[in-house]
Design a protein around this ligand. Sequence first.
Ligand code: HEC
Length: 193
Amino acid sequence: VISGLAEEKTKFARAGDIAMKRLALLIAFAILAGVVALTARAPRHAAAQQAASIYLTEIPSGYRDWRLISVAHEEGDFHSFAAVLGNDVAIEAYRGGKLPFPDGTIIAALHYRHVASEENNKAFGRDQSFVPSSPTNIQFMVKDSKKYAATGGWGFGHFQDGKPSTDEAMMKTCFACHQQVKARDLVFTRYAP
Ligand code: HEC
């Protein structure tokens, strides 16, 4: 009877042992799964953050009060007027002939549809007047040599009805085309005296 009891005890102990081992294994698996999930998410998270930081998501405040750099008229598909404005850092750099543009420079291109003005033409007595009508979009270039190191130090922004463009393909064309004027720090517009 005594030996039988001892056997029962060891059986019981063994069962407990197995249960403990299973629990330990389960915990080990749970930890491993957690670590795998975390490491798998980390790079994707970093990539998403990087993608979001390349382009402007907010319109720089006060841009409508900035000073005039120049104007541009585009035909072709655009048929538009552009007013190119700069913040104080941009204007100082332009006037001082400073290249590359320093961090903090912001250049805005305000685009409008280009239309004939009947009212003005009547005053002139002939068809010669064109004026801007509804705005089409506003584009920005913001200089931050660290934040936008991958795109020549410039962050590009395109806003329609106040909303940022989320068209990745279109946003990639900004840097690609502006790179043609690398000698002028990617800025096409020359200062109009
Ligand atoms: C195919 C070439 C091309 C592409 C693509 C392009 N731009 Fe431009 N951009 C120009 C040219 C040329 C000018 C000079 C002004 C003009 O003629 O309209 C200009 C002017 C500007 C200016 C005024 C400062 C400067 O460099 O003269 C800003 C700001 C700007 N573009 C932003 C953008 C943004 C943002 C995008 C992308 C959504 C973009 N551009 C895409 C050619 C391009």
